[in-house]
Design a protein around this ligand. Structure first.
Ligand SMILES: *[C@@H]1O[C@H](CO)[C@@H](O)[C@H](O)[C@H]1NC(C)=O
Ligand SMILES: *[C@@H]1O[C@H](CO)[C@@H](O)[C@H](O)[C@H]1NC(C)=O
Ligand SMILES: *[C@@H]1O[C@H](CO)[C@@H](O)[C@H](O)[C@H]1NC(C)=O
Ligand SMILES: *[C@@H]1O[C@H](CO)[C@@H](O)[C@H](O)[C@H]1NC(C)=O
Ligand SMILES: *[C@@H]1O[C@H](CO)[C@@H](O)[C@H](O)[C@H]1NC(C)=O
Length: 313
């Protein structure tokens, strides 16, 4: 018991010791504790990022062309159980081509992480659940009748791709200032700019159909982006960072437009989300220590272990 509380105290010291310079320099009120930057090593951040990339990449590749990361690049990630519930999605050729490229981009990003950082292949591979039910739950659409299926409609598919891509970009934005090493900074910046471009493409595709009803529901794309944003923001527990495609004027760019193809804050700067926020949303539990959703067994690596040890729910 004594050893355990000593360890916890030490870990807490690490977290707060690293935070103190930020606290002193910050002229704005501190965000609540559950929204504050955590002090993980650069390698632990890439380990965490590599698992978010795997989740999204397996989803995009398997739903567009029916293959996984290791089919494209053998030995890049660990073997083991294939993602649960992966399926080929009903997509038109243009969308399929776009999604296939984004999936292949993810494989390149994983290889770049292996090339630049001290993480060695095969990268540890989390258990991934991409069943339609898991997505419905994570998107906050679990109550719809008939059940929301991301696989058999292009717009529903893009809504799922939008959330995963946005979380990735937001996490990359959150850790960028804390990454140590020129090569590592360049690596993250390259991944982030690619993912941000991908997010813009996905949201532009959705925006072109913003008023369309999404079968079999009477809800429009706009309605669904609103419902998803509300759930995601509640679960993230750190303010409004997921936004619908149409927003009230006071949330639009310069308070002059309701069009919100590219979501961002009052000065149109992209939002960021730290590890615990991302987990609360991906687990669909609003608690970073209670696994579920798309990563039912949690993640590997030092960052997630510390989140569990410090009970950073
Ligand atoms: C979509 O692509 C498939 C395979 O490349 C092709 O057979 C089909 O004709 C294309 N459909 C359209 C509508 O272009
Ligand atoms: C959606 O509908 C609104 C109101 O009817 C209209 O002003 C807007 O141009 C439509 N947007 C698109 C992208 O079709
Ligand atoms: C869907 O959006 C329209 C505006 O386009 C709004 O009037 C309506 O209340 C929304 N419906 C739901 C169920 O959110
Ligand atoms: C837009 O309105 C919000 C309050 O709703 C305000 O905080 C913000 O400064 C305004 N932005 C601009 C550019 O006027
Ligand atoms: C998160 O879950 C843990 C483990 O069940 C629990 O101890 C903690 O109180 C929860 N935190 C929040 C903020 O709900």
């Amino acid at each position: 018991m004594a050893t355990r509380s000593c360890l916890c105290a030490f870990l807490l010291f690490l977290v707060f010791a690293f935070q103190s310079p930020i606290i002193r320099a910050n002229i704005f009120p501190l965000p609540p504790r559950e929204c504050r930057q955590l002090s993980f090593a650069t390698l632990a951040r890439f380990e965490f990022l590599s698992q978010l990339i795997q989740l999204r990449t397996e989803f995009l590749l398997r739903s567009s062309i029916g293959v996984g990361i290791n089919d494209i690049s053998p030995g890049l990630i660990q073997g083991g159980p294939a993602p649960i519930g992966a399926a080929i999605a009903t997509l038109d050729n243009v969308t399929r081509g776009i999604i296939e490229q984004f999936g292949l981009n993810g494989v390149g990003h994983l290889r770049a992480i292996v090339d630049v950082t001290a993480l060695n292949p095969p990268l540890p591979r989390p258990l991934i659940d991409v069943r339609a039910e898991a997505f419905a739950n994570v998107l906050g659409l679990g109550g719809l009748v008939p059940p929301f299926n991301v696989y058999n409609n292009r717009l529903r598919f893009l809504l799922a791709a939008n959330l995963l891509t946005n979380l990735l970009v937001q996490y990359e934005g959150a850790i960028a200032p804390a990454i140590i090493g020129n090569d590592e900074q360049r690596l993250l910046s390259g991944i982030e700019r690619t993912n941000a471009a991908e997010l813009g493409v996905i949201r532009a595709q959705l925006y072109a159909s913003v008023n369309a009803t999404v079968p079999p529901y009477t809800l429009t794309v706009r309605n669904l982006t609103d419902i998803i944003a509300e759930t995601v923001n509640l679960r993230g527990r750190c303010d409004v960072k997921e936004e619908g495609l149409i927003v009230p004027l006071q949330l639009g760019a310069q308070n002059r437009t309701t069009v919100n193809v590219v979501p961002a804050d009052v000065n149109s700067l992209a939002f960021t989300r730290i590890e615990t926020e991302v987990l609360r949303i991906i687990f669909a539990t609003a608690n970073a220590t209670i696994t579920g959703g798309l990563l039912p067994s949690g993640l590997f690596g030092a960052a997630f272990r510390l989140i569990l040890a410090l009970r950073l729910g």
